[in-house]
Design a protein around this ligand. Structure first.
Ligand code: NAG
Ligand code: NAG
Ligand code: NAG
Ligand code: NAG
Ligand code: NAG
Ligand code: NAG
Ligand code: NAG
Length: 866
């Protein structure tokens, strides 16, 4: 209504242009300029119902940059601009002739045109969707603004594969910025100078429905979609709440946003990347971005050794004036910068991250100096990040962006920025005191973030809702009557290969060769048609919770690749069947090798297993953007391959943990004997919980028997008899709680008594001491006193000195030990009275947790938080 009134007033006030009616058409010869219109919008054309207008417009009311724009009337949002890189002044004009649209500056110089058209123009139309269309004599479209998107697409517009959106430099300068949003044949990406910093498929809200080649992206009233099959198949979707008007826009700061109209405002409902510190140049070159935890806004500063640059571009420069940042080589500077200067590296310290690490392929298995060598002398290399847990080396290229300060504990990433020594600086630095100067970007980003918390809540609600929908659909799907839709409907982002149930049945010879049973079900050996051996885990006892877990597990672990983590090859979700297909580990699980009657594990093998397991856990905890807590570290979940390479399995129990979530982690899970005390006391579960379990596994590697088991007669010699009569861990019946025994032997320096007697003399006291001391540090009752896994890796490797276990945080073992002996005696009696094995489990549980309310926890009963 408002726009209709506006339309009427425009009509009556400006009879000058009444030659063309304010309908959806204007005809040649027509001229429009800002000065023609007294109203402040310069509109000369409206869509039929007035939702959009075309005007010569000066964004933000400034008086220098005027653009031919299409504007959404209700929100006043610019959805398209013709001459974004060549603004005109208020005396410039737009001409519509039979040759097309041309825009001239005040001196009559051509600034922009629709270029050469196939047909002569009959009319110019603005459609109700906001598309500016040039029509020929037969009303056929010969040119459309929809085919030349700038930074926005609207309902009904298609962004085709290969097409891009570019951000505007600022609210009033619509020039093409450095960020691009691009549709590829399989995904939607955000790029900064050719480097990916976000992928739609990796977003938690995106669902991949099929593997069709993507033709275009579009938004409608219920979501954002990538379509394939000429628009007939949804490849990827982001479901959004019903809205009559929404736009998708690459905003000024480099975030891709979907906004919907609410009143007269556009509200953000989807954005990527969510963490604005992941926007490559958010804080300028070498600027340090920290996400303020309370306001969730990015805060810019400089890393140690850097000071704010005083130039207009912001960012940071080395504080030492004899150091300068290299300029990446290109055709004009072919490494020539290097000839007069020496390269050096400024170390960023721990807790730093970089946007490209998630998307670039690292060099594997190199040490830090080899990683630096990869960079030195290569003018295209601007710095490195080295992941000591996984021995991955990342090389920073193209142009140096901002550094991300990551507050996740135990980060094992070390960043180094290359500097040139002895070359004159191109621009001077400001004094270290004015670090906040030179960050114009911050202001731009702060504003959108005020509504961010709400968005997170909405996002979580959405996530819940979509999971529920997904589960309902699965339930409807009948086994053995699988439609194409059924196959395609439930994929989540980044899922690995999907198998048919029948194929897995054939591969496992109708589930004949059982090789183990884990928390969620039974594992069978299988051979795929391509002759590769796999371990197929058939999941049983699936409650509704279990289904959720299944999909979460698949989505998470499908994208985790580390040499010490078992690789998920694929999955099957058909009818009620849920299966996971893992790579096959030919040496089985550690418990069989360690506690079984086969050949004894030699010390070096045990050590290699300990180190591999530690590296795998370190990667789960800090090698990825989101921390993953395993929650069930135990020998059954450590699988072995030739050469005793250890791989951790079953991180299906683990959950992606956001910093906010980690303290809300209250559901119990895990396996008795390896459960950290905080499980029993309702304290927060963190990655330190895994560290505790790892410490328990270390002790078992040392002794060759289960910590909580009653030693068998043949092997209990050392533990019970020579443990000393004054040892409280031993009782007259030959029972010993090994962790307590280890503590006592550590206090007395008698490490060799802890070693697996089967090793006889093939291990030294020093070797045992190393593992025992690390293990005791890991099982500190106070989680904060436990080392993180990166430190554990360092201590095992020898790079980090061993620390002394803290007695005050180990005394709880004495309590556990007493409980153990009592419980074991009860167990002895139970054995004599022949009770059910299941009840044994209940009794055994009371060994580690006799607290009220702590009943038997089986993995089947465990359900985790989201
Ligand atoms: C528009 O102007 C051009 C040149 O001034 C003229 O040749 C042409 O006939 C005009 N077209 C119309 C439709 O008036
Ligand atoms: C073109 O469209 C207009 C408006 O809808 C209509 O009046 C006109 O007759 C159409 N011309 C042709 C050739 O179809
Ligand atoms: C707009 O931004 C571009 C790119 O940063 C810059 O070159 C240009 O001078 C700016 N124009 C105005 C009028 O501010
Ligand atoms: C939006 O598009 C999707 C995919 O084509 C479709 O399933 C959905 O029904 C559409 N929504 C509306 C409101 O038309
Ligand atoms: C899409 O359309 C093109 C041309 O119309 C056709 O060649 C192609 O086979 C179609 N593809 C699909 C998947 O329908
Ligand atoms: C860059 O240097 C290399 C070797 O010095 C030379 O082969 C190459 O042609 C140069 N490239 C350009 C663009 O100058
Ligand atoms: C590189 O060395 C050459 C010859 O020594 C010299 O002329 C040139 O200026 C140097 N380039 C730079 C960037 O210092």
């Amino acid at each position: 209504m408002g726009s209709f009134l506006f339309f009427l007033t425009s009509f009556f006030f400006y009879p000058l242009i009444s030659g063309i009616s304010f309908s959806e058409f204007v005809y040649p010869n027509f001229t429009a300029s800002y000065l023609q219109f007294v109203d402040d919008s310069g509109a000369f054309l409206f869509s039929p119902n007035g939702a959009f207008k075309a005007s010569i417009y000066n964004p933000e009311g400034q008086q220098t940059n005027f653009y031919l724009c299409i504007i959404h009337v209700a929100s006043n949002a610019i959805i398209w601009s013709a001459n974004r890189n060549d603004p005109i002044s208020k005396s410039g004009k737009m001409d519509l002739t039979r040759e097309g649209i041309s825009i001239f500056d005040e001196n009559g110089n051509l600034k922009w045109s629709t270029l050469k058209l196939q047909e002569a123009v009959y009319a110019l139309q603005l459609t109700e969707m906001g598309n500016l269309v040039l029509l020929d004599q037969s009303n056929a479209s010969i040119w459309e603004s929809f085919h030349h998107p700038t930074d926005t697409i609207v309902l009904g517009q298609h962004l085709h594969a290969g097409a891009m959106l570019s951000n505007a430099v600022s609210g009033y300068n619509l020039s093409t910025g450095d960020y691009k949003f691009m549709i590829t044949s399989s995904d939607a990406l955000l790029l900064w100078r050719g480097q990916i910093y976000w992928k739609l498929s990796m977003d938690t809200q995106a669902y991949m429905n099929s593997n069709y080649v993507v033709n275009y992206m579009a938004i409608n009233k219920t979501g954002l979609y990538l379509f394939g099959g000429n628009g007939s198949v949804v490849v990827t979707q982001v479901s959004l709440s019903l809205s009559n008007f929404r736009i998708a826009k690459l905003d000024l700061s480099g975030q891709f946003t979907v906004l919907s109209l609410s009143g007269n405002d556009l509200k953000k409902e989807f954005l990527g990347p969510v963490d604005s510190c992941r926007i490559p140049s958010i804080c300028g070159t070498a600027g340090l971005c920290t996400a303020d935890s309370t306001t969730n806004t990015p805060v810019c500063s400089c890393p140690a050794g850097f000071s704010a640059a005083s130039n207009s571009k912001g960012g940071c420069l080395p504080s030492d004036a004899s150091h300068s940042l290299p300029v990446a080589c290109d055709s004009t500077n072919n490494g020539s910068q290097l000839n007069s200067s020496v390269e050096s590296y400024l170390r960023l310290g721990y807790g730093m991250n970089y946007f490209s690490l998630l998307f670039s392929e690292p060099r594997y298995d190199v040490d830090l100096s080899a990683c630096q060598n990869l960079c030195s002398g290569d003018c295209s290399c601007l710095g490195i990040f080295y992941d000591s847990a996984s021995a991955h080396c990342y090389v920073l290229e193209s142009e140096l962006g901002s550094i991300i300060s990551s507050n996740t504990l135990g980060n094992d990433l070390l960043g180094y920025i290359k500097v040139l020594v002895g070359q004159r600086r191109r621009s001077s630095t400001g004094s270290p005191g004015n670090q906040r100067k030179g960050f114009p970007v911050v202001a731009l980003v702060l504003l959108p973030f005020t509504g961010f918390s709400l968005l997170v809540v909405l996002g979580l609600l959405w996530w819940r809702r979509s999971n529920i929908i997904m589960l309902r659909e699965i339930k409807l799907g009948q086994p053995n009557s699988l439609s194409l839709e059924d196959l395609e409907a439930f994929n989540i982002l980044g899922l690995p290969q999907r198998f048919y149930y029948e194929d897995l049945k054939a591969a496992t010879d109708n589930f004949k060769n059982r090789i183990g049973s884990g928390g969620f079900g039974t594992v069978y050996k299988g051979i795929l048609p391509d002759k590769t051996m796999v371990a197929v885990k058939k999941i049983t006892n699936l409650g509704i919770q279990g289904k959720n877990e299944f999909f979460t597990e698949v989505a998470i672990i499908g994208n985790i690749h580390h040499v010490n983590l078992v690789k998920l090859r694929g999955f099957c979700a058909q009818g009620q069947q849920r299966l996971l297909v893992y790579e096959y580990m030919n040496r089985g699980s550690l418990d069989r090798t360690l506690f079984g009657n086969g050949p004894v594990l030699e010390w070096q093998e045990r050590f290699d297993i300990a180190l591999g397991t530690a590296r795998g856990l370190a990667y789960l905890h800090s090698g990825r953007e989101q921390k993953i807590i395993h929650c069930d570290v135990k020998p059954e979940n450590i699988l072995l391959q030739d050469h005793f390479q250890a791989k951790i399995s079953d991180f299906g129990l683990s959950k992606l943990l956001n910093p906010e979530q980690s303290s809300l982690f209250t559901t119990m899970r895990g396996t008795r004997g390896y459960l950290a005390p905080e499980w029993l006391t309702n304290s927060a579960i963190s990655e330190k919980t895994d560290v505790y379990s790892f410490g328990m596994v270390l002790l078992e590697l040392v002794s060759g028997r289960k910590n909580c088991s009653v030693p068998s007669q043949s092997r209990s010699v050392v533990g019970s008899n020579s443990g000393g009569g004054n040892s409280s861990s031993s009782s007259g019946s030959g029972l010993v709680y090994f962790p307590l025994f280890a503590l006592e032997m550590h206090e007395q320096g008698r490490y060799l008594e802890l070693a697996d007697p089967r090793l006889e003399s093939r291990v030294t006291s020093e070797e045992v001491e190393k593992l025992v001391r690390v293990a005791l540090c890991c099982v500190h009752e106070e989680p904060a006193l436990r080392p993180n896994m990166v430190t554990v890796v360092g201590m095992l490797e020898g790079g980090i000195p061993l620390t002394q276990p803290r007695m005050e945080s180990l005394n709880f073992l004495r309590f556990y030990g007493r409980r153990f002996t009592e419980a074991s005696m009860i167990e002895e009696q139970d054995k004599q009275s022949n009770i059910m094995p299941h009840q044994h489990a209940v009794t055994a549980t009371s060994i580690t947790g006799s607290f009220t309310g702590f009943s038997y926890i089986s993995s089947q009963q465990i359900s985790g938080p989201r």
